[in-house]
Design a binder for this molecule. Structure first.
Ligand SMILES: NC(=O)c1ccc[n+]([C@@H]2O[C@H](COP(=O)([O-])OP(=O)(O)OC[C@H]3O[C@@H](n4cnc5c(N)ncnc54)[C@H](O)[C@@H]3O)[C@@H](O)[C@H]2O)c1
Length: 334
């Protein structure tokens, strides 16, 4: 299948590209490089042993996107392009709606122009809002608590309308939990500029001595050790979930929301301990006040993914930490 990945040079997109190529798909990377670099294309060539075509473009440029879909005879789109920082979205909501929602409208127009019906969308567990029960299954009520989450929810609802309007539509919204880790080669992965906003890259930088300590937000949650619990999933498991979603859509029409998580929560301190073991370095930390908006625990019920996609996350938290550490070391060498 010829698959266009919007946001293809980003963290998850680049790993999804590897997983798809391994299964024999032809992948085209489409990205405006606002949060990634063209150097990823070279790295992907080394990892996947083949050159993937790269198109530098914005998803909001509908005309350009129509041409790209046509030029590469695209059969299906995986739509990962988007802005993703919750705190940023609170400061710049218009940018988030313009990029994420308007970008998706443009993509849907381009797909319609090319009579394309198959779409996998990068959604997020954030669409569940504050958990009313755990583990979170796909029937849990949806609710957004910030502009980023609202943009994901609006897109999901829009895609549901599209599917309802066209019986040939094939759409999966993948609700990611907490992707971490990197491809085992240490060539591609999440390489944040400046202070990392996610926990795992921050831990890696503390272990590497680039930062003095980790601030753990909240040590008094009703969890076994008092720190927040999240459902971490290895990015290569997540990547393989995209390939499984495409395969599911080759047999099924309609709109489907599916969790991609491991179904098990780890606390911040558990993750720190596993990372220390994987890296052989200490990760000093201080417990500080809770962060506004954070919940005590959030983890998935992954049964629907297993049932519909025949997919389950299989990599361990040790592998998540070890691959992050390999990536951190490869960054240090440069
Ligand atoms: N990483 C996570 O923890 C996480 C969790 C849940 C959902 N998601 C979603 O998954 C998707 C991918 O996330 P990621 O972690 O790989 O982020 P990322 O920032 O690494 O990748 C996104 C890519 O999209 C590109 N992009 C942004 N706006 C664009 C536009 N208008 N046109 C073309 N390209 C554009 C960026 O340059 C970047 O390369 C996002 O939609 C994100 O909201 C991520």
């Amino acid at each position: 299948m010829n698959v266009l990945l919007t946001g293809g040079t980003g963290y998850i997109g680049s790993h999804a590209a590897v997983a798809l190529v391994e299964l024999g798909h032809q992948v085209v990377l489409y990205d405006n490089l606002t949060n990634s670099s063209e150097a990823v294309v070279e790295k992907l060539e080394q990892v996947a042993d083949q050159r993937m075509p790269f198109v530098k473009g914005d998803v909001r440029d509908t005309k350009f996107l129509i041409d790209a879909l046509g030029d590469y005879s695209i059969d299906a789109v995986i739509h990962l392009a988007g802005l993703k920082a919750v705190s940023d979205s609170i400061k710049k909501p218009v940018d988030y709606y313009a990029n994420n929602v308007q970008g998706t409208i443009s993509l849907l127009q381009a797909m319609r122009a090319q009579q394309l019906k198959t779409l996998v969308f990068s959604s997020s567990a954030t669409v569940y809002g504050h958990p009313r029960y755990l583990p979170l299954d796909e029937s849990h009520p949806t609710c957004a608590t910030n502009p980023y989450g609202r943009s994901k929810l609006q897109i999901e609802e829009m895609l549901r309308d599209v599917a309802a309007s066209d019986p040939q539509s094939r759409i999966v919204c993948l609700r990611y939990f907490n992707p971490v880790g990197a491809h085992e080669g240490g060539l591609i992965g999440e390489k944040p500029n400046g202070v990392p906003s996610n926990l795992m890259p921050f831990i890696a930088q503390v272990a590497a001595g680039k930062r003095t300590e980790l601030s753990v937000f909240g040590g008094d949650y009703p969890t076994p050790d008092g720190t927040g619990v999240r459902d971490y999933i290895h990015v290569m498991d997540l990547a393989e979930g995209h390939a499984a979603a495409l395969s599911f859509l080759s047999q099924n029409v309609g709109w489907h929301a599916i969790n991609l998580g491991k179904g098990k929560g780890y606390s911040v301190l558990e993750l720190v301990r596993v990372f220390e073991k994987a890296s052989g370095h200490q990760v000093p930390y201080t417990l500080v006040a809770r962060r506004a908006g954070d919940v005590a625990a959030c983890y998935s019920n992954p049964e629907k993914a297993f049932k519909l996609l025949n997919w389950a996350a299989k990599r361990t938290v040790e592998e998540m930490c070890a691959s992050t550490w390999r990536l951190q070391q490869s960054v240090e060498i440069k």
